[in-house]
Design a binder for this molecule. Structure first.
Ligand code: ACO
Length: 429
């Protein structure tokens, strides 16, 4: 076995090299503190692997993304969202019986407890739907208590996973209906995942929802592209919270909160707001690029850059092509896509972006497609959360399947005051 050597202060430590199935390598430092009394320091975990995982493979330098070995472009084109959810959680694409059982669990768990409907009345119509989503998902842990036990493997995990995947969609649609003051629409048992969501969002007694297979496929594709992305900020949050043996609902709620941030899943809302701002205030593309490069300004080019991709994000590539194709088919015009493309072209030619390998990420074009589907801007991150849920669940399960479960607990280098003593109030400066 290959080993790495650390020599410090007369000490010599040999550490095993761990190799993944795609040849990526890590130095196993698990004995470091025990043997040297030192820790590693890696702010933002830029070089730190927190786990071994067999769910998602990313090669950021070459723009590759695979779920359980299957390339993302194949899944985006051919799979249904529920198949991808099954693949991520259980490891393989479902056969016919498995798919039927999984779909029937989703259907059986698609309505939310009627008492939970009253929760929506407590939120002002202006409430951000991500705040509602997090609250409602956490509240599921008080309504579906018999779905989890401390030993989640006692057969309840399957129900809990289906309950979350199905009910998150109902909660999201109800929060939209609440925001526009319309009555909620119950899910229909004969509709597929994406269609059911669109039905609950857009059906009303005066304007019945008219299904459109292209739009439903577009939504499934978006959800599939979001379905997992290994140890990102929100998924790592789910693992960290879950590592204390908190239940799945609580762990997912924490992940949803992490996803909300504009540097992560919240970027899709920010991208559209940025593009709208450029249009409304007649900002030139060059002015926008200059502000993004200006270290004195807090402005960033939202939808650009990624911790792992140092090449074009494969999901952004699929979405850009998808937008062009579907816009043409529907003869749909959106001035924001032209601004986005001009911005992309200018950024990709600019030395600042080239040097730092900053490319469009998944959020750059997803909002433009969500707009076409009719999803309001403040719900974009909710859509991301619906898509990401199977991945979060799969990662939570993988962590719990590992024996023994290890609580996540990073260390720190303390930089505060040395020992000092309590002073009574009148002696303080
Ligand atoms: N606009 C302008 N400059 C950028 C951008 C951007 N979008 N992204 C990175 N940079 C610059 C940084 O200023 C930094 O420059 P420096 O080396 O001169 O200091 C360099 O590129 C490296 O950037 P970091 O912030 O150190 O990279 P990190 O890996 O920590 O952050 C992140 C990645 C958060 C995604 C970042 O690129 C960013 O803020 N992007 C915009 C927000 C966004 O689109 N987020 C969605 C990401 S995808 C997802 O989470 C689903």
């Amino acid at each position: 076995m290959e080993k790495a050597q650390l020599t410090f202060n007369g000490m010599n430590l040999e550490m095993p090299i761990i190799e993944g199935t795609e040849g990526e390598k890590a130095i196993d430092i698990s004995k470091l503190r025990q043997e040297t009394n030192m820790i590693t320091l890696d702010v933002g975990y830029q070089n730190t692997g927190s786990c071994m995982s067999s769910i998602t493979f990313i090669d950021g330098d070459n723009g590759i993304l695979r779920y359980r070995g299957i390339p993302i472009d194949e899944l985006a084109e051919k799979a249904s969202f529920s198949e991808v959810a099954y693949l991520l959680i259980y490891g393989n694409l479902p056969n016919k019986e498995e798919q039927q059982l999984f779909s029937s669990r989703l259907t059986q768990n698609s309505m939310i407890h009627e008492e939970m409907l009253r929760f929506f009345d407590g939120f002002p119509p202006t409430a951000h739907p991500m705040a509602i989503l997090g609250t409602m998902v956490n509240s599921m842990s008080v309504y579906y208590t018999d779905y989890y036990t401390e030993d989640f493997q006692a057969g309840t995990f399957d129900l809990m996973a289906a309950s979350l995947i199905s009910r998150i969609r109902t909660i999201a649609a109800y929060s939209y209906k609440h925001s526009i003051g319309e009555p909620h629409v119950y899910p229909k048992r004969d509709l597929k995942y994406a269609s059911n969501f669109l039905y609950m969002m857009f059906d009303s007694p005066v304007n019945p929802y008219v299904p459109d297979p292209d739009i439903e496929r577009a939504l499934s594709t978006l959800l599939i592209l979001h379905a997992d992305h290994e140890q990102n900020c929100s998924t790592s949050t789910v693992r960290l919270v879950g590592s204390s043996m908190a239940n799945l609902y609580a762990s997912i709620c924490a992940g949803i909160c992490a996803l909300w941030g504009p540097l992560h899943g919240g970027a899709n809302q920010k991208v559209i707001e940025m593009l709208e701002g450029i249009k409304q205030d007649n900002i030139t593309i060059q002015q926008c690029i200059s502000s993004a490069k200006d270290k004195g300004s807090k402005f960033r080019l939202f939808g650009f850059g990624h911790r792992v991709y140092k090449n074009y994000d494969p999901r952004a590539k699929i979405l850009k092509e998808y937008c062009e194709k579907i816009f043409k088919k529907y003869n749909y015009q959106d001035p924001l896509i032209n601004i986005a493309m001009e911005l992309e072209e200018a950024a990709l030619k600019d030395e600042f972006f080239i040097e730092r390998k900053l490319y469009p990420n998944v959020d750059f074009y997803s909002g433009i497609l969500y707009r076409m589907i009719g999803i309001p801007t403040d719900m974009f991150t909710v859509m991301f959360a619906i898509g990401r849920l199977p991945g979060m669940i799969a990662q939570w399960k993988e962590m719990h399947d590992a024996v023994p479960l290890k609580i996540g607990r990073p260390r720190q280098i303390y930089t505060g005051s040395n020992l000092r003593h309590y002073l009574p109030m009148d002696e303080r400066k």
